[in-house]
Design a protein around this ligand. Sequence first.
Ligand code: ZN
Length: 312
Amino acid sequence: MRLIPLLLAALLIPAAARADAPRVVADIAPVHSLVAQVMAGVGAPDLVLPANVSPHHAALKPSQARALAEADLVVWIGPGLSPGLARAVKVLSDGAAQLTLLENDATTQLPARKAEDFLLVVDPGHDHDGHGDHDGHGHTHGPIDPHAWLSPDNAARWLDLIAAELSRLDPAHADIYARNAEASRVRLDEVRQIAAARISGLQGTPLMVYHDAFQYFENAFGLTVIGAISDSDDARFGPAHIAALRDRLSDAGVACFLTEPVADTRLIDAVSSGTALPLAVLDPLGAEIPPGPAHYPALLQAMVAALEPCGS
Ligand SMILES: [Zn+2]
């Protein structure tokens, strides 16, 4: 019964509602998209890191610093993705609430892979569904791979976390936040199923990557990556590792090299030159996709489309 008056209030006084909406900033475009979906009809978040720079090495512009300083809530992956942003949040967003997604108990966390993790023999029967071993409840050791937004399951849980945090700060719009989160989860599940069907043919196909950014995506969609040039913090592995990758490339029958728009192509050449290996450019941040509510589903679709050259 409380729903009807709240709905009416939202319809009748949109201007007032907007003025009262919490000021929210999000770190990267995919997270910004999830927040924008939950806030739809109430307000819109600010995006603090542009998608055309690596969040691992990002520095803030004055306008972004101002958004952080004025924020009521910061929704971000956390210091593990962007140490530069972590310093800024600490200084500028002192009084703001923070929702640190990577560290949340609801988040599936995968341990960052090391060079040796890639140079094991690939077992074709290896369980890659991502729901078994690493359930994100404290069983992981060492640093966590920060690219957790590439798990649609994480994104679905984050919609609820975002709605809960917004409702805490802005109880007047709690019903809208909850309804938006639920509708977004349903849409996200549809997009995930379509994406999974589209790349189901790549299951078990050995792939190599430039930057080890796709572990969550691999687990969600049953992909098998057997080599990387740089680790999940985007720090480069050593020359011996690069040489081993070269050998591995031919031995394992790698079908495709996944690169990013910002990748150093000289290193990819060093590993793959002399082979006719297809390159697939996957952008985990969706720099070419406009920020906003539609960004996240479009990102999943774009990544799946980019994988098409890898299928034979
Ligand atoms: Zn990355």
